[in-house]
Design a protein around this ligand. Structure first.
Ligand SMILES: [Zn+2]
Length: 569
């Protein structure tokens, strides 16, 4: 039939012209699609929550009807919504409602804030809060007497910004029955006076639980309130999907159900402004038998936008108090290299059981030994089970032995970095370099090496440990310097990544870690319209200006969840 081609053509043309009009057209933008070819476009059309067209001003005409809203962007940048692959929205938001000493640069500023809290929160049975920076106190070791002087009459507990230490007063120690005879718990340390052996007021890792278990449980209403605060900040920062890094541990209280219920409650009441993948917390003290409970939680709390399909394991601590597990001794503490939270056999068994149950295993590993043990556990699991396709990942990765760098690609393990930490801040200069020595310090946050070796990169903030604004982390990933007035040289500049790589990490890379890469993470026809508009094209601004840019519009499935006042709508 020679007629067929002509016939097809004549039918096709009217069909194109009769496109159902788009609801929204973003026009005149610098649209960085983050598709496989990393292509650019000028226009995106959104219809019924999905991307209907990506291309040129000419091409979009067929999508513009009388009711289509056309937003003129004057060259501003359009990106897929950011995805944060490691963050604690519920506990971070709860903390914001407590005594919040985040980012205070001196001990005096912390004392002033706690004094203010003691007044405004006088009616509460405990003074609770957190966010203090370790370098603000000598040795990262604040004393109970300092807190007693402000809060003498009731228990007080303030967690450190990194969540791995707590500062408590005498009342709290008394209530928990901690005396000079109390032994250090497994995976924890009570800081003590070297002579009297009395607790001095700082508790490391699991030692915090000795006091935390007496803290009144956070209520469901407090958790939902906290989540709402976090969601507002995330929408304003252009984040349209997160991986809740540890449902059921830390300040949120009351286990994974409490955290998951907060997400479900937010979704039911129409307040959930992003997609949630959650890593259900595991308990270091228990083995593979706990996985059955996680399977039940996964089915109970799965909804359209909330998916608890990951499981979190803490393999070690952190470097500053020397609780991270290293392959060789800390330079300043001969004979001590930190203890991992698991034996190899125990970690392998837990990871295998989680993989068999089809969980994405999300491991916290800071020291090079914890990283190697985690990679070994993934390798062992792959050889023992035929269940495939999970998005296993290791988060933080502060020090990786160079021999392990190619293994991320080889094993398909996602490298989940918190790029905002990858510069010479006071934590690194005062508390890290001295413990690692020069040779190992070369391998602090080796993001560039993992990427060059072909590893999949996901990025996340670990908020409330540090800022949740992806532009902050992207700037540091590119510069390896602090954001405000960098006072020091770039830290291991050969580990910097370029802007395109950093943007991919915060979009399609984290989408992959979230099992969302078919639905989101790039601007392609058919995907959900999770999109953001930035004040400027990031490729046109100096690297040191990236964090100064702002998000003007955040769309989730085509609906604005944040709109800056200066954007005409
Ligand atoms: Zn975390």
């Amino acid at each position: 039939m020679t007629l067929a081609p002509a016939l097809l053509f004549s039918l096709a043309a009217p069909l194109l012209a009769a496109q159902t009009p788009a609801d929204l057209v973003l026009s005149g933008g610098a649209v960085y699609t983050v598709d496989a070819a990393r292509s650019w476009a000028q226009v995106v059309a959104v219809r019924a929550g999905r991307i209907a067209y990506v291309g040129t001003e000419g091409g979009v005409k067929a999508f513009i009807g009388p009711k289509t809203r056309v937003l003129k962007l004057d060259g501003r940048m359009v990106l897929p919504g950011f995805q944060d692959a490691h963050i604690h929205p519920v506990s971070g938001g709860v903390e914001l409602g407590q005594c919040n000493v985040n980012d205070l640069p001196t001990a005096d500023a912390v004392f002033a804030k706690v004094r203010e809290c003691a007044k405004t929160m006088a009616a509460k049975p405990w003074l609770l809060g957190g966010g203090w920076l370790l370098p603000v106190f000598p040795g990262g070791n604040p004393k109970k007497e300092l807190l007693d002087a402000i809060v003498p009459d009731k228990p007080a507990m303030l967690s450190a910004a990194d969540g791995h230490s707590s500062w408590v007063n005498s009342k709290a120690l008394e209530l928990a029955g901690i005396t000079k005879d109390t032994p250090d718990p497994k995976d924890g340390r009570i800081e003590r006076d070297p002579v009297t052996k009395e607790a001095t007021g700082t508790l490391r890792e699991s030692a915090s639980d000795l006091v935390a278990k007496y803290v009144p449980d956070t209520t469901a209403a407090e958790r939902l309130d906290g989540l709402r605060r976090a969601l507002a900040l995330l929408a304003k920062s252009g984040v349209t999907a997160v991986q809740e890094a540890s449902a059921g541990s830390g300040a949120e209280g009351s286990g994974a159900s409490g955290t998951m219920q907060a997400y479900i409650d937010a979704e039911k009441s129409g307040q959930l402004t992003l997609r949630v993948v959650a890593a259900l917390g595991t308990d270091n003290g228990r083995g593979p038998e706990q996985v059955d409970e996680l399977v039940k939680l996964r089915s109970r709390y799965s909804t359209a936008h909330v998916k608890p399909i990951a499981a979190k394991i803490f393999a070690d601590g952190v470097i500053e108090p020397r609780t991270a597990a290293m392959l060789t001794d800390y330079t300043d503490r001969p004979g001590w290299r930190g203890e991992p939270n698991f034996t190899e056999a125990a970690l392998n068994a837990l990871v295998l059981r989680l993989a068999e149950a089809d969980f994405n295993v999300h491991i916290h590993a800071i020291g090079d030994r914890a990283v190697r043990m985690s990679l070994d556990a993934f390798e062992a699991a792959q050889s023992k089970t035929s269940v495939r396709g999970q998005r296993h990942q290791i988060a933080h990765l502060e020090v990786i032995d160079p021999a392990d760098i190619p293994r991320f690609r080889k094993l398909g393990v996602i490298a989940n970095f918190q790029a905002l930490w990858a510069y010479a801040d006071d934590y690194i200069v005062d508390m890290t370099w001295g413990g690692l020595g020069a040779e190992r310090s070369r391998w602090i946050y080796p993001i560039g090496s993992v990427v060059r070796a072909g590893g999949v990169l996901a990025l996340g903030s670990d908020w409330s440990v540090s800022s949740l604004n992806p532009l902050d982390a992207i700037q540091v990933a590119v510069t390896r310097q602090g954001i405000e007035e960098p006072k020091r040289a770039a830290m291991v500049p050969e580990e910097a990544i370029d802007l395109a790589t950093a943007l991919a990490g915060y979009t399609i890379g984290s989408a992959y870690a979230n099992n969302l890469e078919k639905e989101t993470g790039s601007i392609e026809v058919g995907k959900a319209a999770d999109l953001i508009v930035l004040s400027k094209n990031l490729f046109d601004v100096k690297a040191s200006e990236i964090a100064k840019q702002t998000v003007l519009l955040t769309l989730l499935e085509g609906q604005p969840v944040y709109r800056a006042p200066e954007l005409a709508w």
